[in-house]
Write a protein that binds this ligand. Structure first.
Ligand code: GLU
Length: 453
């Protein structure tokens, strides 16, 4: 019987979760879910100077936001408290004893030795050849510089263990079967395989994922657009849309279809289908994915997504009936706006009639002295409507335009600005139906009375 699959995401807490790191985590998660394996999270925080709780939290927040829960780790929750049974990730900073034992083991085997206060590993002299699950066969001989001294430091003179060493010890201790990581680690893999062999262990399978580049083909740095997951959280992307887009940065499902959940993707995911060429990040495409996912959401889910955004913007949706909130949000769902844009699109539903956020330009253009008599007549017609519903509102406005022999535009824009404060927004007739007769008439009255410009 084959060994149960165990994969891990092993980020160093650098202060942000890079989009490439998030995709690495996602591909690990997909592989684990596809084969029913275990997804381990390990924080590689041996470099105490650079690591802070905040830097770790950024990573955990990003992974949770994407829905990439890890499967195991030391129990952290209070056994009697509400987070009972919660398990944190593994932290290398808490595993010093394990590393000390393992150094001793290599020394005992004559494969590590003290050198100027540090400990060095006796690197194998022959080339290391391995079969990468994505790239294919990779053969790595010692470079000219390494020829002179192939051994490398595994414990620095200040006592801190080096990345290569702790990375391998942990993969070994944690029974990792597949190392799925960024292509930038291909050059480290010979060292890692040599270390596994030194411990008398079989190295895991390696799968190195090509990089994510900027649209112009340059390497992405953390300052580039879309480089950090926090930027997507702040912009109000729908997380499942981001996860969907990340799946496609380096992988194409054989079954076809572009829009799917990560659970769907997990059913079809195979490492051998990961592309060998670099992926290019495309913000427009990601926005399109957001739009498509949000449009498809059941309306009730969209409300749950929108409510906290409105609360944070100080709009107090809880002060309104649940159906009013649902109807208000339903008028913007199909627009597929980023959640950060949502308050700007719907604030007028929740603001007092005399305290709308007027866009000065829209107001100056639409609420002119010439618009007043038109608004007065419109108010009359709206007030007389038996049903204050979108088809009746539309018919009434169009009829008035016909009667006055004007186009609909000169009526629509002043009406929109009077009701919402803005020149663009949800469909006018729908939004008026949601606002209801009282609010609409009051807002028209205020506009007719001429708010001080
Ligand atoms: N801490 C390393 C990194 O963040 C992990 C590399 C690996 O996955 O083996 O790049």
């Amino acid at each position: 019987m084959s060994q149960p699959v165990r994969v891990r995401f092993a980020p160093s807490p650098t202060g942000f979760l890079h989009i490439g790191g998030a995709r690495t985590a996602l591909f690990n998660w997909l592989h684990a879910r596809h084969v029913g394996g275990t997804f381990v999270l390990r924080i590689e925080d041996t470099d105490a100077a650079r690591n802070t709780q905040e830097a770790t939290d950024v990573i955990l927040r990003g992974l949770r936001w994407l829905g990439l829960e890890w499967d195991e780790g030391p129990v952290t929750g209070d056994p009697t408290g509400p987070s009972r049974g919660a398990h944190g990730p593994y932290f290398q900073s808490q595993r010093g004893d394990i590393y000390r034992k393992r150094v001793q083991e290599l020394k005992d085997r004559g494969l590590a030795y003290d050198h100027e206060g540090a400990v060095k590993f006796r690197m194998q002299r022959e080339p290391v050849i391995f079969q990468d699950q994505i790239i294919g066969e990779i053969s790595r001989a010692l470079t000219d510089r390494e020829q002179a001294d192939p051994d490398f430091v595994i414990i620095r003179s200040d006592g801190l263990p080096v990345f290569h060493f702790v990375n391998v010890v942990d993969d070994l201790e944690m029974g990792i079967t597949h190392v799925i990581r960024g292509e930038d680690h291909v050059s480290n893999t010979a060292k890692h395989i040599a270390l596994f062999r030194a411990f008398g262990a079989t190295p895991p399978a390696y799968a190195h994922i090509p990089l994510i580049l900027n649209p112009d083909g340059s390497k992405m740095s953390k300052r580039d657009q879309g480089a950090t997951i926090q930027a997507y959280i702040d912009a109000g992307f729908y997380p499942a849309a981001v996860a969907n887009y990340l799946c496609l940065l380096g992988w194409t499902p054989k079954e076809g279809g572009e829009f799917f959940t990560k659970e769907d993707a997990a059913r079809h995911f195979a490492l051998c289908d990961v592309h060998r060429s670099n992926a290019r990040f495309d913000m427009k495409k990601l926005e399109h994915f957001h739009f498509e996912h949000v449009r498809r959401l059941p309306p009730a889910e969209f409300v749950e997504l929108g409510r906290p955004v409105l609360e944070r913007a100080g709009l107090k949706p809880e002060a309104f009936p649940a159906t009013y909130l649902a109807n208000a949000l339903a008028t913007v769902q199909e627009k597929g706006k980023l959640l950060s844009e949502l308050p700007g699109w719907v604030d007028f539903y929740f603001l007092p009639d005399d305290a709308l956020n007027f866009d000065p330009e829209a107001k100056a253009k639409a609420l002119t002295p010439a618009a007043r008599p038109l608004l007065e007549k419109l108010r009359e017609r709206f007030a007389a409507l038996p049903d204050f519903t979108s088809p009746h509102l539309e018919a009434a406005l169009k009829q008035l335009a016909t009667d006055l022999q004007v186009k609909a535009g000169p009526l629509v824009q002043p009406c929109r600005v009077a009701c919402t404060g803005r020149g663009v927004g949800p469909s006018l007739y729908h939004l008026m139906e949601v606002l209801g007769r009282d609010r609409v008439l009051r807002r028209l009255d205020l506009a007719i009375a001429g708010p001080p410009v």
